[in-house]
Design a protein around this ligand. Structure first.
Ligand code: NAD
Length: 367
């Protein structure tokens, strides 16, 4: 998609998102309410799958029709009761491949730890199901390529859960950028910071694949790539682990990095698993600027700045899980109308190539 097409899509997204859900169903091509909803099997019933399932419950285009869990009698039974799923549609990781025989499942939603994304995407594709996989797409570019190939061979769609691409306030920001009112883009400052408790799977190399960059830094990285439409070519990076308790024995605590794009745009970003800090993206042009803060949260996003010489201050109206509803509806529409998702597997691969380059620049290569 070129920039003009993207701007058009962004404008549509803003108008569309201001409509109530029922009206959107009628307007959105392919999400005709008279059609059966696209059926999703949620894999891994943790934090993000819980939100995704609630997002689907608010939609007429997406429905949770199956569950995959290591705890079928507890977590499985609980969610099955919530979403009216028959016992026969609760699978374990061992019986997962039998989803092939379940016509109520059109797609899988992969809400597993990062290092399991590749295996379940490939197995899902081999079972003939479309795949909506959480970010980061996998833990190496080699795995990303394997996932893209498997989905291509099986002729199923692959989308990565970059929910920010579907957030109306982000699309509004992109509209402003395309209008030229902040002039030529010069630079970005981005960050996403939080705390991970000792023992979390995110702090292990085997499940997380890397540390804060893989999980949090990917947000400003992806947003900047998405906005510029360019791939970064030059990197500097530095990692630091100050906490000596052993919590960060396997992955970095904090990462700061810079990137340069072919047009000359530069970006400076940071992330941490051991710091309190904002979720933020500053976008600086030669005539104005935008600040999205919070930038990457599930709701409550706020866009401020100076546009055309005037201050702006806008907030997102939606409440969690609306981003997941929009994301699920987008993928459902792609499945119904044989269209490529806006955030396909290739988008996840490009982020992973940049992540690998950043780790290399920091002297802590992961691939
Ligand atoms: P979580 O720990 O809350 O859930 C993970 C699920 O996987 C659990 O149900 C767990 O039982 C299951 N699981 C299966 N095998 C496991 C194993 N060997 N070790 C640990 N858990 C195992 O994690 P989460 O926060 O839901 O994250 C899951 C994925 O979603 C990650 O890839 C993460 O990056 C992504 N995520 C995306 C967003 C977003 O906004 N798009 C937000 C949070 C997480």
């Amino acid at each position: 998609m070129d920039r003009r097409e993207f701007a058009k899509l962004s404008a549509l997204a803003v108008a569309w998102s201001s409509l109530p859900l029922a009206a959107r169903d009628i307007v959105a091509s392919g999400n005709d309410v008279s059609q059966k909803p696209v059926g999703y099997a949620a894999i891994g019933l943790g934090t993000i799958s819980d939100i995704f399932m609630r997002g689907c419950a608010n939609s007429k285009a997406a429905k949770i029709t199956a569950l995959v869990t290591g705890h079928p009698d507890t977590k499985g039974a609980k969610y099955a009761a919530m979403y009216g799923i028959p016992k026969t549609s609760i699978y374990t990781y061992e019986t997962f491949d039998r989803i092939r025989d379940n016509p109520e499942i059109d797609a899988i939603y992969v809400g597993l730890p990062n290092s399991m994304h590749c295996e379940y995407t490939v197995r899902g594709a081999m079972a003939g199901k479309h795949v909506l996989c959480e970010k980061p797409m996998a833990i190496s570019s080699a795995e990303c390529r394997k996932m893209i190939d498997a989905c291509r061979q099986a002729k199923v769609k692959l989308m990565i859960g970059y929910r920010v691409h579907y957030e109306p306030l982000w699309n509004r920001a992109i509209q402003i950028l395309k209008s030229g009112k902040i002039g030529e883009l010069e630079s970005f400052h981005g960050g996403f910071f939080g705390q991970q408790p000792a023992g979390a799977w995110r702090l292990t190399k085997s499940l997380g694949g890397g540390g804060a960059l893989m999980d949090l830094g990917i947000y400003p990285l992806n947003a900047i790539r998405h906005i510029t439409g360019e791939e970064p070519t030059d990197f500097t990076a530095i990692v630091s682990t100050r906490d000596r308790s052993g919590r960060f024995a396997e992955v970095e605590q904090s990462m700061e990095w810079t990137m340069k794009f072919p047009s000359g745009i530069i970006a400076s970003c940071g992330c941490s698993y051991g710091a309190r800090g904002p979720s933020v993206l500053n976008i600086n042009g030669d005539k104005g600027y935008l600040v999205m803060e919070p930038a990457f949260n599930y709701d409550g996003l706020r866009l401020r700045g100076e546009v055309g010489g005037q201050p702006i201050d806008e907030s997102s109206a939606g409440k969690q899980p609306y981003q997941f509803t929009i994301e699920a509806e987008h993928f459902s529409e792609c499945i119904r109308n044989h269209r490529e998702p806006e955030s396909p597997g290739e988008e996840g691969l490009k982020d992973m190539l940049a992540i690998e380059a950043i780790y290399r620049a920091a002297g802590a290569p992961i691939a």
